[in-house]
Design a protein around this ligand. Structure first.
Ligand code: PEP
Ligand code: MG
Length: 578
């Protein structure tokens, strides 16, 4: 019978396929005993063999910066897969206790987790995530049907959660879409799914209880609706959406070489948020003004060892060279809080990491580490224009300290004979409400500004950006957010400081009229959504929107803001039908 399973649309696209349900790893496996020990050992080792092959194949398919970013995870996982402690423990449990391979995996996972949890070192503690992923892969392989061995083309994966590395693999295997019961539209997986154009629905809380392996599903990654056993109307809607998305992509592709110009002729600057060489190539091809946000933490998060000055320098230099003279904005390390602590850099046992030592606070606390990063960034400036962006700034003192250290680093590098830029503009992320409110007190220490709406919204509204339980409470369409954005943008304008939004708000075409009305003229987003934003900009009349800004700022709740948006949309020309 037809059953709607609602979630949140995290990556647009429509898919029709059979469900492959992946239950949350082994943790839910109850005690099971088996008769035939040898057959069970063979089953386990065959699964491990399959996983080893999958990881090798995936490793070979990675190129460019992905090879570095994702490859480090895979290398570590391959090492774990060969770990005698892990393997012998499993064999012993099956042989001596006659446990099923599934239950042995669960026991072994729990044992290792207990050892890791007791460790003092935060880095080692965080390795339990890797153990979980490896054990999860073996468990999945144990349950793979023969027909599936070659891949899962045409299927829709239904799982509790999904890691960025898995998304890449799934897409290359021909998976049509992914539905997760947990997750958030702002997670790194969601950002990656959008750039891969792989439909993704997150937060479909009933997915694992209502959907069974083999069920036929229709997934709309735009609205977030999943339908089990779709009826004729659902199939018609899916076909219509598929046509619509294809038409859209065709239209969008025509905008590759067009300017990001409003109807009344104002050019809006579109920067790219780039993390890999592929992103850089795409940003370049789409005519991005440059890189508006390079999140350096991904160099650290995906690595088992901290990257030294040379490793960082090479990554930044390649990024700068890749942009062939267009400006690259490199953000200093922003680990902590929701950026999983794989580095061991963040402090252990913080009661509230989102309000703890993250971003520039951590950098200033670990000065040698920060100095190394600044040296690498400044050295990269010898190869093309570089701007330095400081995350999580909350007060003037932090900008003073960053500038002092930067001045020392620049002087050292000059003395050592390095070729570096004459000047490196320094910007502050505006993502802590205090920084937005007290900006006039430190704007003189900035050369440009970038608003991080992902964090600004969470801190201003006290709504965790990754907590799906809070649902619609997390939204930039709140009067407080709009008023704060307006005051920051206006102040930057008065002081002649370029200002962009680099949070996900800038990547959503829906919000374009709002940001333009508030006076924003620079947007930074993942290249995967750049053309959609460009199209939205080209549909807007800037002067008309600016004239309607007072009405937007008078809105008292989301409904009024949405009515304002609907009225703005009604003023736009209709899309040509083709
Ligand atoms: C933001 O907070 O909006 C932002 C761009 O930074 P991040 O998402 O990396 O925290
Ligand atoms: Mg942020």
């Amino acid at each position: 019978m037809r059953l709607p399973v609602p979630g949140h649309g995290a990556s647009r696209g429509s898919a029709l396929g059979r469900a492959r349900v992946r239950l949350p790893h082994v943790l839910e496996v109850g005690e099971q005993r088996i008769e035939d020990v040898d057959a069970e050992l063979d089953r386990l080792h065959a699964a491990i063999h399959v996983v080893r092959g999958e990881m090798r194949a995936l490793r070979q398919r990675l190129h460019g910066a992905l090879a570095q970013d994702v490859g480090e995870f895979l290398d570590l996982h391959a090492l774990l897969l060969d770990d005698p402690e892990l393997l012998q423990g499993l064999d012993t449990l099956i042989r001596n206790e006659r446990y099923s391979a599934d239950y042995a995996l669960r026991l072994q996972r729990d044992r290792i987790a207990a050892i890791f949890t007791g460790m003092d070192d935060a880095y080692l503690r965080s390795r339990i995530d890797d153990i979980d992923q490896v054990i999860g892969r073996i468990h999945a392989a144990l349950h793979r049907r023969d027909a599936d061995a070659g891949g899962v083309a045409g299927e829709i994966l239904v799982a509790d959660n999904i890691a960025p590395t898995e998304l890449l693999q799934l897409q290359s295997q021909g998976v049509m879409a992914v539905v997760t019961s947990g997750g958030s539209t702002l997670s790194h997986s969601a950002i990656l799914a959008r750039s891969l154009h792989l439909p993704l629905v997150v937060g479909a809380s009933q997915a694992l209880t209502k959907i069974n392996d083999g069920d036929v599903l229709v997934v709309d990654g735009g609205s977030g609706l999943v339908v089990r056993e779709p009826d004729a109307a659902d199939l018609r809607a899916h076909r219509a959406r598929t046509r619509e998305y294809a038409r859209e992509r065709k239209q969008l592709n025509r905008l590759r070489r067009e300017p990001s110009r409003t109807l009344d002729g104002v050019d809006i600057k579109l920067w790219a948020n780039a993390e890999s060489r592929e992103d850089v190539a795409e940003a370049h091809a789409l005519g991005a003004a440059g890189v508006g946000l390079y999140r350096t933490e991904f160099l650290f998060l995906n690595s088992a060892v901290l990257p030294d000055e040379e490793a960082q320098f090479r990554a930044y230099r390649d990024l700068v060279i890749g942009m062939t003279g267009r400006t690259v904005t490199i953000r200093t390390l922003d680990v902590g809080a929701d950026k999983a602590d794989r580095t061991g850099l963040t402090l252990a046992g913080e009661p509230n990491p989102a309000l703890g030592v993250r971003g520039v606070r951590l950098s200033l606390l670990r000065e040698p580490l920060f100095e190394t990063q600044l040296r690498a960034i400044v050295r990269a400036s010898g190869y093309g224009p570089v701007r330095l962006l400081v995350p999580m700034v909350c007060c003037r003192e932090e900008m003073v300290a960053v500038r002092a250290l930067l001045a020392r680093v620049v002087a050292d590098l000059r003395r050592e004979g390095h070729e570096i830029a004459e000047s490196i503009p320094v910007g502050a992320m505006i993502e802590v409400p205090a920084a937005a409110l007290a900006l006039s007190g430190f704007i003189d220490l900035t050369d440009f500004l970038s608003i991080g709406t992902n964090d600004l919204v969470q801190y201003l509204l006290a709504v965790d950006r990754n907590n799906e339980q809070l649902g619609e409470l997390y939204t930039p369409l709140h009067p407080a957010v709009l008023q704060l954005l307006r005051s920051v943008i206006a102040l930057a304008g008065r002081r002649g400081k370029p200002i962009a939004v680099c949070g996900e708000m800038a990547a959503d075409p829906l919000f374009v009229p709002v940001l333009l009305a508030l006076g924003l003229q620079e947007f930074s987003m993942h290249p995967g959504t750049l053309l959609e934003v460009r199209r939205a900009i080209r549909d807007c009349d800037l002067a008309a929107l600016r004239a309607r800004a007072p009405a937007l700022l008078r809105a008292r709740d989301r409904a009024e803001i949405q009515r304002w948006l609907a009225a703005a949309a009604a003023q736009r020309p209709a899309l040509p039908a083709q």
